[in-house]
Design a protein around this ligand. Structure first.
Ligand SMILES: [Zn+2]
Length: 291
């Protein structure tokens, strides 16, 4: 089991990618239920990140194009002779070729059009004033506090993302194999991305015809039809703070008969699942990804 954790809500139909209107409805439902803070209620400090609280990144492909080769260095001239430190290797400024842009809420204009790009990520920073997304929680820290908010991301892609469910499993686990019926290999970047349409025979890839394996927090193997293969996800990015503690109705710790804190696979709240599925008009499933 990996150290980092992402909790995905994906469509039961792995091939699903929402229309612009469905994303608009989803964001509206999240605001109504307090899962995200609407732009007009953000503090000055929160607005510094993005005036709406959300940012968008779009890319032409799941794989970043190669970085163009470095331009030849100018010969050291007079200034280098005067200031010898100028001849030393200086770090080149990092160029972000797909910089985040503010995302309008509700999505209009450029933000709405961007939802049709081949690869789209919409990000919200964690906000402690937003409604907690899970029914499980993190363990209390030394001050008795738990994590109450996580970064939230919506991902839309033309091709499939196929993350391994348990990147550091103690035994080999089955993953979705991106081979077309005609024999063509549709995978790229190992098997983490799979072409949606076979360039050789034109067939659409169907993750639903396969089963991927993972392990629950108790170590038992479980099979998931279609794995985490998706073109759309709601991604709650827990990183090192996976909410695996079982929590009682008043937020208290729950112990088993041996006096051990009870753990469970993370689970989103009933309200978050229901409101998200209703807004999109589809069935969702929740899948944990350890990496
Ligand atoms: Zn094919």
């Amino acid at each position: 089991m990996g150290v980092n954790y992402s909790h995905l809500l994906i469509a039961k139909d792995n091939d699903f990618r929402p229309e612009q209107s469905q994303i608009t409805a989803l964001i509206e439902a999240w605001i109504e239920s307090g899962f995200i803070i609407p732009p007009e209620m953000l503090s000055e400090k929160e607005r510094l990140w993005s005036h709406t609280g959300a940012r968008i990144v779009t890319k032409p492909s799941l794989i970043d194009p190669p970085i163009p080769s470095e331009a030849p260095k100018p010969r050291p001239g007079m200034w280098a002779k005067v200031f010898p430190f100028l001849t030393g290797e200086r770090p080149r400024p990092r160029v972000d070729r797909f910089p985040p842009r503010p995302f309008s809420i509700p999505p209009v204009g450029e933000s709405l059009a961007a939802l049709l790009e081949p690869v789209v990520y919409i990000d919200w920073k964690p906000n402690g004033r937003a409604t907690y997304l899970f029914q499980t929680s993190t363990f209390k820290d030394q001050n008795g506090a738990r994590i109450t908010a996580y970064p939230l991301r919506i991902t839309l892609t033309d091709d499939f993302q196929n993350p391994p469910l348990d990147g550091y499993a103690d035994e080999p686990l089955r993953h979705i194999n991106g081979r077309c019926g005609c024999g063509a290999n549709l995978e790229y970047w190992e098997y983490e991305f799979i072409r949606r349409i076979c360039p050789q025979c034109g067939a659409a890839f169907r993750p639903q015809d396969q089963v991927a394996e993972t392990k629950d927090v108790g170590g038992s193997k479980i099979a998931i039809t279609g794995g985490a293969c998706h073109r759309f996800s709601i991604d709650i990015r827990c990183e090192k703070d996976a909410p695996i503690a079982v929590t009682g109705p008043s937020g208290e710790d729950v112990f088993d008969s041996n006096g051990q804190l009870m753990i469970s696979d993370p689970k989103v709240s009933v309200a978050f699942m229901a409101k998200s599925a209703e807004a999109l008009g589809i069935e969702l499933q929740e899948i944990g990804v350890w990496y």
